[in-house]
Design a protein around this ligand. Structure first.
Ligand SMILES: Cc1cc2nc3c(=O)[nH]c(=O)nc-3n(C[C@H](O)[C@H](O)[C@H](O)COP(=O)(O)OP(=O)(O)OC[C@H]3O[C@@H](n4cnc5c(N)ncnc54)[C@H](O)[C@@H]3O)c2cc1C
Length: 846
């Protein structure tokens, strides 16, 4: 054999180098794609079965390359006649061995693609189709591999013609395999197309997705070209070591292109980002250089080790034990001066002011103590919270160090699930008004959901000709929090009002119901005045009770409230005639109570309103800018610490709902993030008639309630199903990860329309989108609105809506704007007193 296998030598032609080069180029490319895919998946904690399968496929592809190399080493690529007697069977043997890893690779590539599609498209029909495809691919592959290995008995007859062996018709087998390979490729390629066609994507997404599918189609093209090469090679079987080279090349290309194509849908975003960097942005306002970029969601700030800085150096250390002196030592370790203390030596009483350079933090401000200096939840908890506050408090202005999130800080995660409402994005979605974060402003609003945008709107409107400078900071994209993930209707449930009347008094229930009614009118006025195209609709809604026992209880309580003349019952009517099922369109309905509500597309309302504010220059919007902490300097102004630097603001508004405790420790354990699920259901066979015009709350049992919003196009948004995972508290309570799904609810939502709604039996209704969202719950079920306790005139909050914010936010925002612009006390804003952010309500955690 020559010292340079694969290259012509000693006057003997050799084209083995073609295989050599192809295998190196292809395996390196496939390896890079697989690496990129795995890094991205690990980074976003989404590494799954499809990734494992593709890694195994890559390993087999490496094995394929090695065996082909060994075939070349032994003379594959030379004319048969030029090979010595021992070389010929050795070359043919390695070529024979290579056939098995090739078939394993093609099989695994198809399996990985199907598993990936199963992760994306969750409808039951698709899952079944995918399992059938998997079955076909696996059984076909096992059959082909067995036939490849056993094509001659004894096996050695496959490469050594001197062995008397019984062999199958290899020509027919090779062609049969190639054709069935193409057919299974086409099957896998076609599998997701009906689902993709159902997606409402913008042009850019469609082009990108088409590109991805075209590339996936290239595997099929490679299979076809390989089949042609196989066919051509059969004409020259007498010189197989020379004539089979094109066929070997296409074998390598097909195997590795399959690995690359299987990774393309996952790498779609980074590739899109790269293209937009190379050829300019693809859509207005899209940023790709940020912490929350469109590329691989960058999570690393969570992982960076604690930096050395005045508040983190020692403060990052957990307080060592629970002795009172530890507070002082925690402060000392943190390089923090204890300005004054109160009650340090008297049991559970602690309090004081910590200072470092120009920073001060009071323990009240830190949410550690009640205003009377009493520890909320036991001494050890207090010490831990002090350590936490020291960790979260921003560094002194201009200390030059880059900020870091503390691990476990309540913060929007960078890669949330995509809700139905956010499938068509507004150009403002990722907008930044200025490239640089402004250095200062009058008012910094944190959070670009309905609360933040409505507050900005009212502030600007109320301020008239002398508007304050407003900066709106958003960790992710506009309306990517609960507002972009909810049920889309504004309503107070009948059972909620019954409960409020029972626990807090009829007057409070009346006040709440009136507030929600005003809200609906105010939203209608807003939509008309600002000409917002958001499918706003005044509708009716039914509270339907399916459980006879619960229905009887509610009927009794509601009728008693009506008899007593409770004001809030006047706009609600009880329906329990014999035609109840037809009226509610629900089988098994025992009782229904109807009321007036409104519904709209929350994302459209928020983005269109915000676009007007931003276009007019009234608001400086900064998306992909998570706020890490808020502190104060000695002159009393706030310093808002972000991943892009600091912003000084005279006033700060926390419009951060479930995430508020992450940057305002006053609300630690007072507003708790909880994870909840919603789905979108589509009737496969077109809209069901008659159209469901009302929205619903469906009570299956006393503690099992869903909300349901029929959409104008015949689809349905449904949320709830919490009881399916409620017992496993750690999966949803104090959980702010809306990148993960809670799959247990699937079995409840699956077939829900067919089970409960009249006329839907043959609708073919299926879940086509499922997402999670984070709600902020509070002990008394009401939001905190107004000034942050201990921060009068400097910091404001409107957060913690307990899953019903759409019905409260717009007027809460108006009240907060009134306090800021016109200096009114909370009591004069017209906001319900029960929502006021007070020290009393902060007592006692959830
Ligand atoms: C699945 C689901 C269904 C729901 N259904 C309904 C319903 O049908 N009717 C109803 O009335 N209510 C419903 N709700 C509740 C309702 O959606 C919320 O009450 C409301 O949207 C809260 O609006 P918000 O603007 O206060 O908060 P969000 O919309 O969550 O906005 C807060 C924003 O602050 C940002 N943010 C948070 N922390 C930071 C930080 N540190 N730095 C920068 N930005 C930050 C977030 O990214 C987010 O964009 C539902 C909620 C969920 C999750």
């Amino acid at each position: 054999m020559s010292s340079r296998p694969g290259f012509p030598h000693g006057g003997l032609p050799d084209q083995g180098w073609k295989l050599y080069i192809t295998s190196v180029v292809m395996i390196v490319t496939a390896g890079l794609f697989t690496l990129g895919r795995c890094v991205l998946r690990l980074h976003t904690r989404q590494f799954g079965r499809d990734d494992i399968v593709i890694v195994v496929s890559l390993l087999f592809s490496i094995l394929l390359s090695v065996t082909i190399q060994l075939a070349v080493e032994h003379g594959y690529g030379m004319h048969k006649v030029d090979l010595t007697k021992p070389e010929l069977p050795a070359a043919l043997r390695w070529f024979f061995i290579a056939q098995t890893p090739y078939k394993v690779v093609t099989c695994l590539n198809k399996i990985s693609a199907i598993l990936l599609y199963q992760r994306i498209f969750i409808s039951r029909r698709f899952q079944i189709a995918a399992w059938i495809c998997l079955g076909i691919v696996v059984s076909w592959s096992l059959g082909s591999i067995a036939a490849t290995i056993l094509q001659c008995i004894p096996i050695a007859g496959s490469w050594d013609k001197s062995v008397h062996a019984k062999c199958i018709d290899s020509n027919a087998f090779w062609m049969g395999y190639s054709i069935s390979n193409i057919l299974t490729d086409v099957m896998v390629l076609a599998l997701p197309i009906p689902q993709v066609l159902k997606l409402h994507l913008d042009l850019r997404e469609r082009i990108l997705l088409c590109g991805v599918f075209l590339m996936a189609g290239f595997v099929t093209v490679a299979s076809i070209l390989r089949a042609t090469a196989v066919h051509n090679s059969l004409r020259n079987q007498s010189d197989s070591t020379w004539g089979f080279i094109p066929r070997g090349i296409w074998t390598l290309i097909e195997a590795d292109v399959g690995i690359i194509c299987a990774s393309l849908p996952i790498l779609k975003r980074p590739i899109g980002s790269l293209l937009s960097r190379l050829f300019g942005p693809m859509s207005a306002g899209q940023s790709s250089d940020t912490w929350y970029s469109d590329g691989p969601p960058v999570h690393q700030t969570l992982e960076v080790p604690p930096r050395r800085g005045p508040f983190t150096q020692g403060g990052m250390q957990p307080v060592r034990n629970h002795r009172q002196g530890d507070w002082q030592s925690a402060a000392r370790d943190s390089d923090v001066e204890l300005l004054h203390t109160k009650g340090m030596d008297s049991g559970p009483y602690l309090g004081g002011v910590l200072r470092k350079d120009s920073w001060t933090v009071t323990t009240e401000q830190a949410g550690v103590l009640d205003p009377d200096g009493r520890c909320h939840a036991g001494q050890s908890d207090c010490f831990n919270r002090i350590a936490m506050v020291l960790r979260r408090t921003p560094t002194a202005v201009g200390d030059g160090a880059s900020p870091s999130l503390s691990h476990g800080q309540v913060m929007p995660v960078p890669n949330p699930t995509t809700p139905y409402w956010r499938i068509e994005l507004h150009p403002i979605d990722e907008h930044r008004s200025t490239e640089q974060l402004p250095k200062q402003c009058d008012i910094a609003i944190i959070g670009a959901g309905l609360s933040g945008v409505a507050t900005a709107y009212h502030l600007i409107k109320k301020a008239g000709s002398n508007p304050p400078s407003v900066v709106l900071l958003e960790a992710r994209q506009v309306c990517s929090g609960a507002t972009g993930r909810n049920g889309g209707h504004c309503k107070a449930k009948t059972t909620t009002l019954l409960g409020v009347a029972r626990d807090k008094g009829v007057g409070v229930a009346n006040e709440l119901a009136a507030f929600v009614d005003q809200q609906i009118q105010a939203l209608k006025h807003l939509v008309e005045e600002e000409d917002l195209d958001c499918e706003f609709e005044l509708r009716r809604s039914y509270d339907v009770f399916l459980d006879p026992v619960e229905a009887a209880t509610v009927r009794k309580e509601f009728q008693a409230a009506v008899r007593e003349g409770q004001e809030w019952t006047r706009t609600r009517s009880l329906i329990e005639c014999k035609h109840l099922e037809q009226m509610a369109s629900m089988s098994g309905a025992q009782l229904a109570i109807s009321c007036s509500i409104c519904s709209f597309w929350p994302y459209k309302l928020v983005t269109q309103l915000l676009a007007k504010l931003v276009e007019s220059g009234a608001v400086n919007l900064q998306t992909s800018t998570p706020v890490i902490g808020v502190g104060q300097v000695i002159d009393g102004s706030n310093v808002v610490e972000t991943n892009r630097g600091q912003l000084r603001a005279s006033k700060v508004i926390f419009a951060t709902n479930a995430y508020t405790s992450g940057i305002c420790p006053t609300f630690t354990d007072r507003i708790v993030p909880t994870n909840s699920t919603a789905v979108h259901i589509t009737p496969e066979n077109g809209p069901v008639h008659p159209h469901l015009s009302q929205t619903y709350n469906i009570g299956y049992q006393a503690d099992r309630v869903d909300y349901l919003n029929p959409r104008p196009d015949g689809g349905i948004v449904v949320g709830g199903g919490q009881w399916t995972y409620r017992d496993d508290r750690k999966r949803w309570y104090n959980d702010w990860d809306d990148s993960k799904l809670l799959p247990e609810v699937m079995s409840h939502f699956d077939g829900l329309m067919q089970r409960h709604f009249l006329g839907w039996d043959s609708s073919g209704a299926e879940i086509d989108n499922m997402w999670t969202g984070i709600q902020g719950i509070t002990r008394d079920g009401l939001p905190f609105v107004g000034e942050v306790v201990g921060q009068q005139g400097k910091q404001y909050v409107l957060a913690g809506y307990n899953g019903g914010g759409m019905a409260m936010i717009f007027l809460c925002a108006e009240g907060v704007a009134e306090m800021i612009v016109n200096g009114k006390p909370y009591e004069d804003t017209g906001l319900p007193m029960m929502m006021k952010s007070t020290a009393g309500r902060l007592r006692g955690s959830l």
